[in-house]
Design a protein around this ligand. Sequence first.
Ligand code: FAD
Ligand code: MLT
Ligand code: ZN
Length: 459
Amino acid sequence: MASARIVIVKSRLLAGLRAALGDRHVTTDPERLASVEVDWTRRFRGRALALVRPGTTDEVVATVRACADARIPLVPQGGNTGLVGGGVPHEAVVLSTARLTAVEPATVDGQVTVGAGTTLASVQEHARMAGWAFGVDFAARDSATIGGMVATNAGGVNVLRYGAMRQQVVGLEAVLADGSVISRTSGLLKDNTGYDLAGLLVGSEGTLGVVTRARLRLVPPLPRRAVALLALTDASAAVTLAAELRRRLPSLLAAELFTDAGLRLVLDHARLAPPFATHAPVYLLVECGETEQDPSDSLAAALDAAGFDGDALLEADADARERLWQYRERHTEAINAEGVPHKLDVTLPLDRLAAFLGRVEGVVDAAAPGTRTYLFGHVGDGNVHVNLVGPSSEDEAADDAVLRLVLELGGSISAEHGIGRAKARWLAADRGRPDLAAMRAIKRALDPDGILNPGVLFG
Ligand code: FAD
Ligand code: MLT
Ligand code: ZN
């Protein structure tokens, strides 16, 4: 009897969605659903009831209302490049933002308004055409969308200079769980009128509303660039050098770390030549940017002043810089090719980062012997990506050991990828009960029936 009722509810829901969006934009075809039912790492899998592709904010409203009336969960999905299982549906309707791609060009105030489905690469290109630049960049730029980046508060390689997504958002439009639309996209830089609703939605991982448009700040372009790849004896030396360069180089845009294990994987996977004649335990990649002057000399001088005397490559030419970046950027795909990874994305206080890097592999080995550990990340932000290959998708013994160490050292279990499903059971240990209770109260107030992305954040 109950299952007959569910069938009726679902068919009414689908009929309502088709009436609102048109048949073409509502599908239950298993072949088309397959790609939205699994995440980028293949670790998280679920089942979608339907895939809908609204083309306007009104159609998003109609979708949210139809799901709310039917009490069927709704999962927003952008580029599906998220790394914590947050966009994977579990008996839910998937709302793809692929058609929400309108762009209102950058204006004199250095801002741009874009649809949630606009990719990062497209925003970067729009900014460039308007004589500006966008302050966020990372390797998934061709697929990751602004809606997903807002929802996860994405970071990337330039956080030490421009901050994460939260710092780029001037205003948002979003559809809440009851179908109401909150909108503040006029671009006011100063606006002290009560609660910062846009700020609340940044990092909410699709649990509080569907982001439909974002007004973003742009930054002045820095066309003169220099990239250095530096070979170091250990992680502690990399942490110290990155901190020194931050202090000495106002033009510093990125300070990224990787280890020899990851480099060897990248060389093999991407068929690249090694950067140096001999391998080193740890590498630091740094980039500087200026408006007029080539920053190579100031970068070389800062390395000298910091006492660095190891193997180094320093490049200003665009193709050569790109070649150096490949050693760092291709880690994610190389690790994915090695197996289904457990991805832990953690931050440590900078004065404890070296201790963490020194202990983490031992902790993993004790918890799950034989696990391959790959460490890389945004060392300038205290952010390390701990990638574990070997344990089955369900075996979380090594994950737990790493996260315990992070909390023991005063860090955070998520620096930039979010909590999603992957780390939901660790959220209370990180944030503490009062924070979690306040977060749950906000969720209940804005989505009392738990329609939006249930299971994400709170488990
Ligand atoms: P999705 O994966 O589709 O969704 C992610 C989450 O956001 C889900 O919870 C989903 O429900 C929610 N969501 C999506 N769209 C909306 C919307 N419109 N409204 C409300 N909720 C929404 N991340 C970093 O932070 N820094 C990096 O350096 C980085 N590098 C990466 C490199 C590679 C090669 C890959 C594969 C991923 C990388 N990521 C990085 C992770 C990922 O790209 C980001 O988390 C990105 O923000 C996800 O965007 P998306 O459009 O793919 O979102
Ligand atoms: C990165 O910094 O490359 C990303 O956050 C992706 C990853 O962690 O694999
Ligand atoms: Zn990252």
